[in-house]
Design a protein around this ligand. Structure first.
Ligand code: NAP
Length: 339
């Protein structure tokens, strides 16, 4: 299977390493024989229709910051359109407002009859329906498990829950950064600012943490889940969002004395909401640190919960690989020979 990689940061590079580590096993266990024919970052690209040496591309990127030749005015979308590949792996940074550059990359891939796997929430937030329709129209596949829950297969689990049943409620802890901060306020008696600084030092929060602590990242993941797992079609503007900046150490300590914890909960039933809530410490949703948890309330079979680490390069890369194995299975089932 010929792959093109656009985005070669934490997740893109982890995916390349995972392919190297798993090469033998992938062929014997899943029949997947990936060949990376193109790697694109922000300013450079590298192409070889016989397959690139990933070790060389990784060490070039580590050494010089580039993956190959300068783009010289070519856009990543143009490079994608001129590449012969079966699947595009899209891992550029998330933009919740425009969905770019991921949106254009995914569109270019579909128009060139490539399937797409992405971990990028931006295009899903702004154009979920049009992208899924474009994929269908071009008879290709579109998978994005890594966009919600890092390596934890939240979307796949939700799909299983909805087979033969209907998901009527979703609630979850979807943002690792906020959960890490709230956990350390609770454990180490830190105020919000000190816990945020600690999260930044430990690599759990960006220099600009607003998308995480103000609830937008949780909201976008909620929107993706509702659109993917239920018949409802929603957008960011439908979510009532409040974050955790206003949570004080006193709030956290008061909650603890009554056996509860403050958590940033995203929920969808008759309304869509992201807000800090008090959870019983025994509630399976009440996870600690960088963990995520999602509860799917089903009409007939009741509540089901999935818990796991919500981010991380290798974790998210493993979701991408899972999606790729699924696509390989679907392509093989319809008799595609190149995969
Ligand atoms: N990190 C995680 O734990 C995690 C978990 C789940 C989902 N995600 C999502 O996965 C995506 C990637 O995350 P990350 O942590 O790997 O981000 P990152 O380290 O910031 O990497 C982003 C990559 O995109 C490249 N890029 C930017 N604009 C580009 C363009 N126009 N064309 C081609 N490449 C371009 C950058 O190039 P340069 O290297 O040249 O700057 C960089 O390689 C994001 O959407 C993120 O939200 C991340």
């Amino acid at each position: 299977m010929r792959l093109a990689l656009v985005g070669f940061g934490v997740v893109g590079r982890s995916f390349a390493k995972l392919l190297q580590l798993k090469a033998g096993e992938l062929a014997s266990k899943s029949g997947l024989m990936p060949k990376v024919v193109c790697v694109i970052d922000n300013h450079s690209y590298s192409q070889d229709s016989n397959g690139l040496d990933l070790g060389k591309v990784l060490s070039k990127k580590n050494r010089s910051g580039s993956v190959g030749l300068p783009k010289k005015g070519l856009s990543s979308s143009e490079i994608i359109s001129n590449t012969e590949a079966d699947v595009l792996i899209e891992t550029t940074q998330t933009n919740f407002k425009t969905g770019e550059p991921g949106f254009s990359h995914i569109k270019a891939a579909f128009q060139s009859k490539m399937s797409v796997v992405t971990a990028n929430k931006g295009p899903l937030a702004v154009a979920f329906q049009s992208l899924t329709e474009l994929a269908r129209h071009n008879n290709v596949y579109f998978k994005f498990s890594g966009a919600v829950g890092g390596g934890t297969p939240i979307l796949d689990f939700g799909r299983s829950c909805s087979k033969g049943d209907t998901i009527v409620r979703i609630s979850g802890i979807l943002n690792s950064t906020s959960n890490f901060i709230l956990t350390h306020m609770e454990r180490d008696a830190l105020d919000f600012k000190s816990a945020l600084l600690y999260a930044q030092r430990e690599g759990y929060a960006e220099a600009d943490p607003s998308l995480d602590v103000d609830g937008f990242d949780s909201a976008v993941k909620l929107v993706i889940m509702v659109n993917y797992l239920t018949p409802n079609k929603v957008a960011m503007r439908d979510v009532d969002i409040s974050g955790i900046r206003g949570i004080s150490l006193k709030d956290v300590e008061r909650a603890r004395k009554t056996g509860k914890a403050v958590r940033l909960v995203a929920s969808a039933d008759s309304k869509l909401k992201v807000s800090p809530e008090l959870l019983d410490m025994t509630d399976p949703l009440c996870v600690s640190g960088a963990y995520n948890a999602v509860k799917f309330g089903c009409e007939f079979s009741g509540d089901k919960v999935i818990v796991g680490k919500g981010a991380g390069g290798m974790e998210t890369a493993s979701s991408i690989l899972r999606d790729l194995i699924d696509i390989r299975g679907m392509l093989a089932a319809r008799g595609s020979t190149s995969c």
